[in-house]
Design a protein around this ligand. Structure first.
Ligand code: FES
Length: 153
């Protein structure tokens, strides 16, 4: 095969070195755009968590587990469990199973959270009771202001 010393188009010509240099710059710019697009996609439209009112603390009976749905800062609905333990700060648990992310449910007659996907079980405080979950249910931050319970989602 012959060596290319110059590339000629209508009205202009590029030396082999100029062609390679320009091609490398175009490739570098395209690569930079791909990386930037991937970084933006990874970030998504992720807004920082914010406190969302869940209700009046008085509406959560002591000792009961109440299931609530809240909408996070990105518009996603999340199911949470609210436990108003007498004499303690309210306990707020995420319903997302720590095994593979299924939604756990409160099983009142057994006083556990059960996962329908692989049989994982959690105690009332969110610790793992049985099955494949590798970690407790996530505790969410909460605050009470003027009697209104809010959760950070
Ligand atoms: S996703 Fe819950 S036990 Fe597997």
């Amino acid at each position: 095969m012959g060596k290319i010393d110059a590339i000629t188009t209508e009205g202009s010509s590029l030396s082999r070195r100029e062609f390679i240099t320009r091609s490398a710059r175009v490739g570098l710019a395209a690569g930079t755009l791909v990386v930037a697009a991937n970084v933006l996609a990874a970030c998504g439209s992720s807004n920082p968590p914010r406190y969302v009112p869940v209700g009046n603390l008085a509406d959560f009976p002591a000792g009961a587990v109440v299931t609530k749905t809240v909408t996070d800062a990105n518009g996603n609905n999340a199911t949470i469990f609210v436990e108003n333990i007498a004499g303690q700060a309210p306990l707020i648990l995420s319903s997302v199973c720590t095994h593979n992310g299924c939604t756990v449910q409160w099983v009142a007659d057994q006083s556990i959270f059960g996962c329908p996907c692989h049989g994982g079980q959690y105690n009332i405080d969110g610790t793992v009771k049985a099955g494949p979950p590798p970690a407790p249910l996530t505790h969410l931050q909460a605050k009470v202001e003027s009697g209104v319970l809010s959760v950070l989602v």
